[in-house]
Design a protein around this ligand. Sequence first.
Ligand code: SF4
Length: 75
Amino acid sequence: MAQKVKKIEVDRELCIGAASCIGVAPEAWELDEENIAILKKSWTDLDDDILIASAESCPTKAIFVYGENDEQIFP
Ligand code: SF4
């Protein structure tokens, strides 16, 4: 099945560096020098389910997931 998730963004104001996203998908996420989540280049290799689960795990809903035509998948 083709990848449905096309774009993922982090709201840097909302991210508190809780690292739940990294716990769920360490291949997709890391923290930058300001303790804010950033995507690794390898995120495109991951299944949509795992990517969405990592967004769902965020306690502040800082991760926004988009599909085809910028349709918002989560939250
Ligand atoms: S789970 Fe949310 S708050 Fe925690 S590091 Fe990831 S994006 Fe930031």
